[in-house]
Design a protein around this ligand. Structure first.
Ligand code: CA
Length: 229
């Protein structure tokens, strides 16, 4: 099935150029000229990836990224930001808003397609089929299901997102702030303590299967998903 890519860009010439390149690369392109049109398109059918221009009339690309990360239906849709600005502060702001990658204008469509493919691969695990298998756990991404061996596990939506993030970023330590940014979308309404609560819940979910040890506390640093005890 073709990947559906939403292009949010107010400059028609860039939009057309990107849409043409996407179709040539066997992907479906959906166009939106501003954030409002993007939200309508997303409500109609969530895309597999969003190309988001930083400078938009009305709601900025950054504001839209934050909003999409906060909402359940779009929290996991990868976002690549198109930006004319390469400044470090903008990158940091974007990463805090949950953006997955950047492409700086002017860009070649070849580079853009390569980045899109890389982000899609990353967000769907290495086999590209939407499933991730690690440490006795398996996530069926499209079905939004988690299995311990052959058994399906009942899991809450936040724990699911947390586990999904951990399994696609295994063996790396993340601070509470980084987890908030990545899993909760950097929402200012969520406290760091919330992370601990959901880590506890996630461990409790995995405990009956003897897999709670996969979620490790790294003293003074944060948490890590590791298959190494
Ligand atoms: Ca623009």
């Amino acid at each position: 099935m073709h990947k559906r890519i939403l292009i949010v860009e107010d400059e028609a010439s860039i939009r057309d150029m990107v849409a043409f390149a996407l179709r040539k690369a066997d992907m479906d392109a959906v166009n939106a000229a501003d954030a409002r049109a993007a939200l309508v398109a997303i409500a109609d059918k969530p895309p597999d990836l969003i190309l988001l221009d930083w400078m938009l009339p009305g709601m900025s690309g950054l504001e839209l990224a934050r909003r999409l990360r906060r909402e359940e239906a779009t929290a996991e849709v990868p976002i690549i930001m198109l930006t004319a600005r390469g400044e470090e502060a903008d990158r940091v702001n974007g990463l805090e808003a949950g953006v997955d990658d950047y492409v700086v204008k002017p860009f070649s469509t070849r580079e853009l397609i390569a980045r899109i493919r890389a982000v899609l691969r990353r967000s769907h695990g290495d086999d590209g089929s939407g499933s991730i298998e690690l440490g006795g756990l398996r996530i069926d991404g499209p079905a939004h299901r988690v299995y311990a061996g052959p058994t399906q596990i009942a899991i809450g939506p936040t724990e699911y997102r947390l586990l999904h993030f951990f399994m696609t970023h295994a063996e790396r330590v993340y601070s509470r702030t980084q987890l908030l940014d990545q899993v909760w979308g950097g929402s200012v309404y969520v406290e760091e303590r919330t992370v601990d609560v959901h880590i506890r819940r996630l461990r409790k979910t995995l405990e009956p299967y003897g897999l709670d040890g996969l979620v490790q506390t790294v003293r003074g640093a944060g948490y890590r998903f590791s298959v190494v005890a």
